[in-house]
Design a protein around this ligand. Structure first.
Ligand SMILES: C[S@@+](CC[C@H](N)C(=O)[O-])C[C@H]1O[C@@H](n2cnc3c(N)ncnc32)[C@H](O)[C@@H]1O
Length: 235
């Protein structure tokens, strides 16, 4: 695996053990992810029937599975530095009969071929990048693989930790984790790691990083407690 153009101080491990449980680990949150996928579908619906979609941090392929079932002519480039996560994505694509429309790249986006795509997704990925230059480089690597005007849908765990309402937002997120079966110790660990190991940048800082990477000013289109989703277009 080649290195990202900028250092990638990733503190959360996506190894084989994590990859095998990833799809069921947060099953209680599925309605939230469903809402995000629905918004991606709506935003990308104007793309041509043979559109090419870049999926940065594709993981086990949830977004590919959702879009492949709805857009039978679309092709997908699934990029993820975790080979075990991508192996699960390939398994799903083969079982669901759309693997021939996928290219799997077990690496960073910076290592993906410089092919133009009509749109890109980055769902729950960039919050792991704690250094601003690396986070901006991640979005720039996506931008250089998009057509001018190409869509970006970015979803991150992102909140303004200075806001007086931060505690209430975090509280609802922790309620959601409890509903999903995360024990108290795990929830406490999550709250301690947030803003330190991931989710370091607040919404306005993240919006600036995306714009500086070569996109139009991102528009906030989704929020569910600590999750925020934006759309932007490649300049
Ligand atoms: C929480 S998972 C999200 C997977 C999928 N997008 C989803 O919504 O289910 C985050 C994924 O981002 C990947 N990842 C972490 N750092 C990355 C980077 N710098 N570039 C691309 N992917 C990265 C991880 O390997 C992991 O598979």
């Amino acid at each position: 695996m080649s290195q990202s153009a900028a250092p990638n101080p990733l503190s959360v491990v996506f190894d084989a053990a994590r990859a095998e449980v990833y799809d069921t680990q947060f099953a209680a949150m599925q309605p939230v992810k469903d809402a995000v996928h629905l918004l991606v579908q709506a935003h990308f619906a104007d793309l041509p029937a043979d559109a090419r979609i870049l999926m940065a941090g594709a993981g086990t392929g949830a977004e590919a599975r959702y879009l492949a079932a709805r857009f039978p002519g679309w092709r997908f480039t699934l990029v993820d530095p975790s080979a075990p996560m991508l192996a699960v994505a390939r398994r799903h694509a083969e079982a669901e009969g759309f693997a021939d429309r996928c290219t799997f790249i077990a690496d960073y986006v910076s290592a993906a071929p410089l092919e133009a795509h009509h749109a890109a997704t980055s769902l729950l990925v960039s919050h792991f990048l704690t250094e601003a230059p690396a986070r901006q480089a991640f979005f720039a690597d996506i931008a250089t693989r998009l057509d001018t005007g190409g869509h970006l849908f970015n979803l991150d765990l992102c909140a303004d930790r200075q806001a007086p309402t931060f505690g209430a937002t975090l509280g609802v997120w922790l309620d959601l984790l409890r509903l999903g079966g995360v024990p108290e110790e795990g929830r406490r660990g999550w709250a301690a790691a947030y803003g330190r190991d991931f989710g370091v940048h607040g919404p306005s800082q993240l919006e600036s990083l995306i714009e500086a990477a070569g996109f139009t000013p991102p528009a906030l289109v989704f929020q569910a407690a600590m999750m925020r989703g934006w759309v932007a277009a490649k300049r």
